[in-house]
Design a protein around this ligand. Structure first.
Ligand code: SF4
Length: 353
């Protein structure tokens, strides 16, 4: 358990820090009515994403992340997974979320900070007591040193956890999140926590986040998805987007055909329709054969929707509208069912017309 710091209630209010203040995604801010505006193509947010906030920030140094210590801050402050994260009082967020039937789930993202664990438990308890939302925690494995903290989250009311492995290989992880950037995170520990979390929360009540486009091959990404599946964790897929001011601001987005193939591979593995071992790759590591007929999957379209924790209807609640791309498109993770014209576009992107 994280050691409590001696903050007083006054400090939280004055400095606007967690647990009394938390950041929300821009989508959550719009949905809760803190800001006005609507989503492109009328996408509906079903999962409320929250982020702990401290004046010291996150002590991680992940090269691709908008919250990284090593990032130059822009005029509007820091963004995280592409969008702004405005700060609001927890009280207001809890009150407003009670009135929004479209929201099924809340997700609390820890950051790497000594108070994050303690404050996460506080937030879980508040939401459990005062709302009927399902609760996910995007945990920071670096702060987890045994099952006790995971048990405490579960007992407080969380039903799922996510673990942002992000980089698909140990080399990339080390280079972008670990020793390579003087950061605190370690590959083996992260996977150890995935295993532990599946034991505490149950198989497939754990999700891993993986980001396509950090420099891995398709074979390596498929291998990481399979590793998660074998440990009891589904993959929630992200497409790399260069955060302005982050050390990777000049790194390119992964090509669309690559992202679409990985979406297909993820679906096949996580739905148990096949495995990475049955897929074939060329000498550059590009996926050339999925081992199953993908045409019906492409036609159906759900494969290309955002992957994340489910809601009351069993469908993905964490649909993060436009968290991965500009609304002007092309859409990488669809926050709604793709329309027939979207499917035609996807076929072109896959060069499968
Ligand atoms: S998929 Fe969404 S709800 Fe689940 S842990 Fe990740 S960010 Fe949270």
């Amino acid at each position: 358990m994280a050691k409590a710091l001696s903050y007083t209630q006054g400090t939280f209010m004055e400095q606007k820090i967690s647990p009394l203040y938390v950041q929300t995604s821009l989508a959550a801010s719009l949905t809760l009515g803190f800001q006005s505006g609507s989503f492109h193509r009328n996408a509906k947010l079903k999962g409320l994403n929250l982020l702990l906030h401290y004046s010291e920030g996150c002590s991680g140094r992940c090269h691709f992340c908008g919250l990284s210590r090593s990032r130059r801050e822009g005029p509007k402050g820091k963004t995280f997974i592409r969008v702004d994260w405005p700060l609001y009082p927890l009280e207001e967020i809890v009150e407003r979320s009670k009135t929004k039937g479209q929201i099924h789930r809340v997700c609390i993202s820890m950051i790497t900070h000594p108070k994050a664990l303690e404050d996460t438990l506080h937030l879980i308890q508040r939401f459990k007591k005062e709302t009927n939302l399902y609760i996910s925690i995007l945990i920071t494995p670096t702060l987890i040193h045994g099952k006790n903290s995971l048990d405490a989250m579960k007992e407080s009311g969380a039903d799922r956890v996510g673990i942002a492995i992000d980089a698909a290989t140990p080399e990339l992880f080390d280079k972008l999140r670990g020793k390579g950037v003087g950061g605190p995170h370690r590959w083996d520990h992260y996977w150890g926590v995935v295993k532990m979390a599946a034991e505490v929360f149950g198989r497939y009540c754990v999700g891993i986040h993986l980001i396509v486009g950090l420099g891995e091959t398709e074979k390596e990404m498929t291998g990481a998805i399979q590793r998660g599946q074998d440990l009891g964790a589904h993959t929630h897929l992200f497409s790399f987007f260069p955060e302005k001011g982050s050390p990777m601001e000049g790194h390119p987005l992964p090509p669309l055909d690559q992202y679409r193939r990985i979406q297909l591979a993820r679906w096949i593995i996580n739905q148990g329709l096949g495995s990475a071992g049955q897929m074939r790759f060329d000498e550059t590591g590009k996926l050339v054969d999925f081992g199953v007929d993908v045409h019906p999957l492409i036609k159906e379209g759900e494969v290309f929707m955002t992957s994340g924790c489910p809601g009351r209807d069993g469908k993905v609640a964490c649909n993060r509208p436009y968290g991965n791309e500009r609304p002007s498109g092309p859409i990488r993770n669809f926050p709604f069912n793709p329309e027939p014209e979207d499917i035609e576009e996807i076929k072109k992107q896959l060069r499968m017309e």
